[in-house]
Unconditional design. Structure first.
Length: 94
């Protein structure tokens, strides 16, 4: 498997769509670093599964921005302390 540098000839990031066809699961994507990470993955071409604990409005905002970047997005409320919730997140991502 090639890494982003090998696929795009860049270091420290990708120029455009270097994660096309990949899937990223981002927890805590309702705000802050989690939201920024989910959006960055979407802008790089990945499809994104985002989870949040309580801020549904923030998660839906992140989902909308990621979709505007062209990503398919799964948005799910999940308590990461609950193994069954984590398992459901992975099942929904498939």
């Amino acid at each position: 498997m090639q890494n982003a540098t090998e696929r795009n000839g860049t270091q420290g990031g990708c120029r455009h769509q270097c994660l096309e066809g990949e899937i990223a699961i981002v927890t805590g994507a309702d705000s802050g670093i989690g939201a920024a990470t989910a959006i960055a993955f979407a802008q790089a071409g990945a499809h994104v599964a985002i989870s949040y604990h309580s801020d549904e409005e923030g998660a839906l905002r992140t989902q909308r921005i990621a979709q505007e970047a062209g990503a398919q997005v799964v948005c799910m409320k999940a308590d990461q302390r609950d193994p069954q919730a984590v398992a459901r997140l992975f099942e929904e991502t498939e």
